[in-house]
Design a protein around this ligand. Structure first.
Ligand code: G3P
Length: 225
C-alpha cells in the first residue's frame, strides 16, 4: 500500500519526505486555503519536494470547466493528478481527461456504487472518505472492502486511495482491506512509527548500555559511512 500525505503544508511534506516512505501527496481546496499561500506558488513547492503523484482539485461544477482546469493542472507538472468530485459532471470530465491520458483522482466518494461509476469513467484513483463516513454513523472500512471486491471481480484498474483518515487504526484497517493507497494527515503518519513499549524498551537498552565498559567499535566508525 502506498503512503500519501494529505496536506498543502510544505514543512510537513518536507519532513515526511525525509523519512523515506512518502509516495505522493493529496491536496484539496481547504488545504490550499489553510496554507495561506498563492495556489501556484504552494503547488510549485510541493512538486519540487515530492517526485510522485500529487492530486490537485478542480473547482468547476460543469464538465467543460473541470476538463479545462484538469488540462491546466496536467500542464502545470508531469506528476499532477486531477482531483474531481464524484458527480455527473465530474465523471463526464473524468472520461474526457482519461481519453487525453490525464490521470484523475475521483474524490468525495461515500459508497461503492460511486466507486463503480468512477472506475467505469476511467478514473486512475478513487478516494473513499473513511472517517467522515464513520462520523456519520456508517461503516467506512466496509466501503473499502466492497470496492476492493467489485474492482477485483470485474477487473477495474482504478486504484483505491483511502482518504479522510484520522486514526492509526484506520490505516491498519485499510491495509487489511486491500487499499492500494492511503492518504493521511502528518500527525497520523508520524504516529505510525510509535508505540509506548518501543519507547520503554529503548530506554531500558540505552540505560543498560551506559553500564557497558567503553566500546572501541562504534568510536572507530567514521561519520557518514
Ligand atoms: O483527501 C481527502 C481529504 O482531503 C479529506 O480528509 O480529513 O478532511 O476528512 P478529511
Amino acid at each position: 500500500m502506498q503512503l500519501f500525505i494529505d496536506t498543502a503544508n510544505v514543512q510537513e511534506i518536507r519532513t515526511a519526505a525525509g523519512w523515506g516512505i512518502l509516495d505522493g501527496v493529496t491536496t484539496n481546496p481547504t488545504h490550499i486555503f489553510k496554507s495561506g499561500r498563492p495556489f501556484e506558488e504552494v503547488l510549485q513547492e510541493i512538486f519540487s519536494i515530492v517526485d510522485g503523484p500529487i492530486s490537485v482539485e478542480t473547482v468547476s461544477l460543469e464538465a467543460a470547466g473541470i476538463v479545462n482546469e484538469g488540462r491546466a493542472v496536467a500542464r502545470f507538472h508531469k506528476n499532477a493528478v486531477v482531483k474531481v468530485p464524484v458527480m455527473v459532471e465530474g465523471l463526464k470530465a473524468v472520461k474526457q481527461l482519461a481519453a487525453e491520458g490525464i490521470r484523475t483522482n475521483v474524490t468525495l466518494c461515500f459508497n461503492a456504487l460511486q466507486a463503480y461509476l468512477a472506475a467505469k469513467a476511467g478514473a486512475t484513483y478513487i478516494s473513499p472518505f473513511i472517517h467522515r463516513k464513520e462520523e456519520a454513523g456508517q461503516d467506512g472500512l466496509e466501503m473499502i472492502k466492497e470496492i476492493r471486491g467489485i474492482y477485483d471481480r470485474y477487473g477495474y484498474k482504478t486504484k483505491i486511495l483511502a482518504a479522510s483518515i484520522r486514526t492509526t487504526r484506520e490505516v491498519l484497517e485499510c491495509l487489511n482491506a486491500g487499499a492500494d493507497v492511503c492518504t493521511m494527515p502528518f500527525n497520523i503518519m508520524e504516529s505510525l512509527y510509535h508505540h509506548s513499549m518501543t519507547d520503554a524498551g529503548l530506554k531500558m537498552f540505552l540505560d543498560d548500555w551506559k553500564k557497558v565498559p567503553p566500546v572501541k567499535l562504534f568510536a572507530a566508525a567514521p561519520a557518514g559511512r
